[in-house]
Structures are given as C-alpha cells and as structure tokens.
Ligand binder design. Structure first.
Ligand SMILES: Cc1cc2nc3c(=O)[nH]c(=O)nc-3n(C[C@H](O)[C@H](O)[C@H](O)COP(=O)(O)OP(=O)(O)OC[C@H]3O[C@@H](n4cnc5c(N)ncnc54)[C@H](O)[C@@H]3O)c2cc1C
Length: 388
C-alpha cells in the first residue's frame, strides 16, 4: 500500500535550498502570534507602498502559489509533472464583488481551460461560485426569495457565466470543478450545476460539483444525487471534501438562531467522508470523484477500497487532490502508487491573492498537527539527504 513516510519521493521536486526555505517558513507559521503580526506588517507595508512585494513573493507566495499569471505557473507545473502530479490552475482572487470582477474570473477561467487543453499536466479547471456572482443573490435564489429587476438581471448574467464555462469545457474536453463555499448559497449552486451535468455529463464526467461532508446533510444529498444520475442517465462528478468554513457556519447559525448545519464532531465528519468514499467507488458507473483532502487515512481508504473492487489505482474516474505547498508526502507517494493526483495551483496578482495566502498561513497554525507534520517531514528529508 502507499508509503506516506517516503520523504525522498515526497520532496523529489525540491532542491536543498527549497527545503531549507520551506522549513523556515513552516517553523515561522507554527506560531499564531507571529502569523498575526506578519499579516499586519504586510498589509501596512503594502498600504504605504513600501517595496515589500518581492519579499512576500519569494517566501509565502512561493510556497503556496504558482505565479501571478497562468504563464508564470509553468515552472511549477513542470516540477509537479516530474513526480506524475498534475496541476489545477486556481484563480485565487477573493473578496471581489463587482460585475467587472465576475467577468474577469469568467475570462480567466476560460483561459485556464485553453491552457489545459494544450497541456496534459493540467487535468482540470476550477472556479468558486462567488467568483462568478454576488453572494447575496445566490442566497436569495437559495431561499427562493423574489429578486428585484436589477438582481434578476445580475442572476441571469451569473447563470450565463456558468453556461459559458461549461460550454467551453465541453468544446475543449477539459473537466471543470465547482468549489463549495457557504451552506446558505449552496442550493442555488447545486441546482445550476446539476442542471448542466444533465446536459454535459451524459458520456463522461465533465462537470464536478463539491460535497462538504462536515455538513450533516451531505451524505444523504450524495445518495440522492446518485439516484438521480441513475434515473436520468448521467455521470455525477463530485469532489468530496470535509469543508473549510466550519467556524463561520457555526457562528452564523448561532447568531441567526437556526440549526447548525455542521456535524456535531470531527468523527461524525470522518464517518460520512469514509461512507462517501465507499458509496462513490462502488458506483463508478454513475459517478466520478476527486478526493480533495490532506488526510492520509482518507487517501489510504480510497486506495484500499479501489484495490478491493479490483479497480486499477489509475482508474480515470478517480483522482485525489491536495493544495500546492501542502502535503507533498500524500501527493507524490499516492502518485508513485499509480493513483491520479493533482494539486490546486493558486495564481493571481500578489495583492489580490493575499486573502488566500493569509488563510493558508492561518490554517497552518490552527489546523492541529498540520504544520508539525509538514515540518517534521521536511526535517526528515533534510536529514536523509545529509546521510547521503
Ligand atoms: C484539493 C482540495 C480542494 C478543496 N476544495 C474545497 C471546497 O471546494 N470547499 C471547501 O469547503 N473546502 C475545500 N477544501 C478544504 C477542505 O474542505 C478541508 O478544509 C481541508 O482539506 C482539511 O480537511 P482534510 O480532509 O484535509 O483533513 P482533516 O485534517 O482530517 O480534517 C479537518 C477538517 O475536518 C472538519 N472538522 C474539524 N473539526 C471538526 C469538528 N469539531 N466537527 C465537525 N467537523 C470537523 C473540518 O472540515 C476540517 O477542515 C479543499 C481541499 C483540498 C485539498
């Protein structure tokens, strides 16, 4: 089975200098106080137009992002490909809400598809729902509230953007994943995505939705989606993740006085994640999957389940994915085992991807054990190289 402790494979793409730099970075990130202070310093320095960009670019940006443009990502795409790991170009500009921003995300996502079609090392494209439309309108549509004339026009434009992306994906044959964000906008996203899956996923999975198993209703939703796919003869493509907005979800539910949509504890999330692995791998005639996770046990479980079903590790209907700059021991060792692996490779103008970078930095202080694990694996590899 997969050996996640093989640091030689895990860090094959890193030079000694890269390793030292990552070691320093993760050691710095392990202190929440330092991360908080650095965040303030970077924001203040950028506001004062101090020449700090090159420092950020050479450190935290370099660890977690591919470049400022698609073309700049080529170098990292090539390095990942040396370890048989694909790249998913993720336009990681966040927190923009003008129509012109939504149009820019649309154009950029289409450019990532055009890039992918000529590049075998880029197996998917991806976008976030709030990159293409207003969160308030998604929420209203999800609640089936009536829209003003202006909102209805904006919603039509959002739907057209989805259609443009999916039609382009179909024309180019590049699969596209739709990320999941807050639960209160997901009904509108699910409806749109399933609508287009029925149209484009009849022969193969071109469009992938995302299921967050930290929600206690998502395993049932996955079973319902499978039943629909069986009945209406299409492939339900799905990325399964645990979910990234737990604190925000719980806080909002408490503030607004509705039932918490999140599982009562981590083991309930793990139980449903594992059950989803089982359900999907047992139904690949109507499902295709990307396991988006940094959890070794989840990847191990998927590999074991595939073996028990006599599926090849490289079955084209199954991918595992991690984020660039994290969990290389999972990505490269799973790829060495023969699984299809890809990493989200975020890109975008440095000042616009800062929210993404700060989240990664904060996550690497708050996710229990994550930084410690990255750091100890890097130290292990440094020692191994010294031994010769
Ligand atoms: C390629 C990729 C794509 C992703 N896409 C998305 C996306 O579209 N949408 C999205 O929301 N996230 C996405 N994520 C992030 C993902 O949801 C997780 O936040 C992250 O990967 C950590 O979960 P894990 O499975 O890696 O690991 P683990 O460390 O095993 O799990 C941590 C996760 O468990 C859950 N959890 C922790 N404590 C509790 C608790 N007390 N009760 C209930 N649940 C708990 C939370 O979801 C937490 O993030 C993506 C991750 C990857 C690698």
């Amino acid at each position: 089975m997969i050996d996640f402790t093989n640091t030689e494979v895990a860090f094959g793409m890193k030079t000694n200098a890269d390793l030292q730099q990552s070691r320093l970075l993760f050691a710095t990130l392990s202190s929440p106080g330092v991360v908080g202070a650095l965040k303030n310093v970077i924001l203040a320095a950028l506001a004062m137009r101090l020449p700090i960009k090159s420092i950020v670019k050479a450190t935290v940006f370099r660890q977690f992002c591919g470049g400022e443009t698609i073309e700049e990502c080529q170098h990292q795409i090539d390095r990942l490909a040396e370890g048989q790991v694909g790249a998913i170009l993720d336009y990681s500009v966040e927190g923009k809400a003008e129509e012109s921003d939504f149009d820019r995300t649309l154009r950029t996502t289409i450019r990532t598809m055009e890039f992918a079609v000529a590049n075998a090392d880029v197996p998917f494209s991806v976008f976030k729902p709030t990159g293409l439309g207003s969160i308030d309108i998604y929420e209203k549509v999800s609640l089936e509230q009536s829209l003003s004339e202006k909102e209805a026009a904006a919603w039509e434009r959002t739907k057209t953007r989805y259609h443009e992306i999916f039609a382009k994906a179909n024309e180019l044959g590049v699969p596209v994943m739709v990320d999941a964000e807050e639960s209160w906008i997901q009904p509108a996203v699910d409806e749109l995505v399933i609508h287009y899956m029925k149209q484009y996923n009849s022969q193969r999975a071109l469009i992938y939705n995302t299921a967050q198993l930290y929600r206690h209703d998502r395993f049932q939703q996955l079973k319902d989606a499978l039943a629909l796919a069986q009945k209406e003869e299409f492939i339900y493509g799905v990325k399964i993740v645990r979910g990234a907005y737990m604190e925000k979800e719980r806080e909002r539910a408490a503030r607004k006085g509705y039932a918490d949509p999140i599982q009562p504890n981590k083991s309930a999330t793990d139980r449903d994640y594992n059950a989803s692995v089982d359900l999907i791998l047992s139904n690949l005639d109507h499902m295709a999957v990307v396991f988006g996770t940094h959890n070794e046990n989840s990847v191990k479980l998927a590999a074991e389940k595939m073996a028990s079903l006599n599926l090849l590790p490289g079955d084209p209907r199954v991918f595992v994915a991690q984020l660039f700059g994290m969990s290389d021991h999972i990505s490269f060792n799973a790829a060495a085992h023969g699984m299809n692996v890809a990493k989200y490779l975020p890109f975008g103008p440095l000042k616009d991807v800062l929210p993404y970078l700060f989240r990664r930095a904060e996550e690497n202080t708050s996710v229990e054990g994550q930084t410690g694990r990255e750091l100890s694996l890097i130290q292990e590899e440094v020692k191994r190289r010294k031994r010769g």
